[in-house]
Design a protein around this ligand. Structure first.
Ligand code: PML
Ligand code: MG
Ligand code: MG
Ligand code: MG
Length: 255
């Protein structure tokens, strides 16, 4: 892996929404690829965007660009799955985990008060853990974490070892959560999908690991959530730069 040149390959698809809503986000995807593998990467992302439960896109963009910065290797967060009976119980557990991660209860409540307002945002939003206020300036776009991947061979070895099904959605989410939690300003992430047919979400943090919660919303609901709770941010721009630009490979090393 070291010494080889990698390319960041990205996809975004959308469709025209209602007047009030503007564009409706359908799907996004991120890969790192060698030059010889770009065709394969583009195809995988094309497939992902074309066949999506949020609908048929009428717009898609796939782009690649060469990465010049060295790629950071990061161990995957430890995964745990919590089975819950209802979305209500799932959300109660999510709040408890956020508190365990170190977020003051008042800020968690404030975040939850704002969640529906943020659910149309296609990227992530950042909340300060002390005030509970949104601190990024990306409006309805949010921040898109990019330039990250996990080589299939290493992912498959890890999945076998941890007895976790080789599910591409779990892989993608764990790659993102691992990259985000690696930054010292990140205290925790709260996420569930905007796909109507997927109701499992997670709370992730360096301290707690990747804590899946099997039900955080009802089937059919197209409102997702991705919030990064941050602390002690002296430089928002450099944090966003890390999320968007720092190339990261998740790489599992058996201890
Ligand atoms: C998404 O699909 O956008 C996020 C999925 C988060 C949960 C993945 C999992 O099952 O661990
Ligand atoms: Mg998404
Ligand atoms: Mg790949
Ligand atoms: Mg989605």
């Amino acid at each position: 892996m070291q010494g080889e040149k990698y390319y960041s390959v990205r996809m975004r698809s959308a469709k025209e929404g209602s007047h009030e809503q503007g564009e409706k986000h359908i799907s996004g995807g991120e890969l790192l690829s060698t030059y010889n593998d770009i065709k394969h990467a583009v195809n995988a992302l094309l497939e992902k965007g074309l066949t999506h439960s949020r609908g048929r896109p009428d717009f898609m963009q796939i782009q690649f660009e060469c990465i010049n910065d060295p790629i950071k290797l990061v161990n995957p967060l430890q995964v745990m799955t919590n089975e819950v009976e209802s979305a209500g119980k799932g959300q109660a557990l999510a709040r408890k985990l956020l508190e365990q991660a170190g977020i003051p209860r008042k800020s968690i409540e404030k975040a939850y008060d704002q969640i529906t307002e943020y659910s149309g945002i296609r990227g992530a939003i950042m909340l300060d853990i002390h005030s509970g206020e949104r601190i990024d300036d990306r409006k309805e776009k949010g921040v898109r974490v990019s330039r990250m991947d996990w080589l299939d061979t290493n992912f498959e070895k890890w999945a076998d070892h941890c007895q976790i099904p080789q599910n591409p959605r779990v892989k993608e989410a764990l790659v993102l959560a691992t990259k985000v939690s690696e930054h010292p300003a990140t205290i925790a992430e709260l996420c569930w999908s905007d796909d109507p047919d997927y109701i499992t979400g997670y709370v992730a943090s360096k301290k707690l690991g990747y804590r899946r919660i099997t039900k955080l919303k009802e089937f059919g609901d197209e409102q997702g959530c991705r919030i990064f709770f941050v602390n002690g941010l002296e430089d928002l721009n450099s944090y966003i730069h890390y999320l968007e630009k720092q190339p990261v490979f998740v790489q599992w090393e058996e201890k």
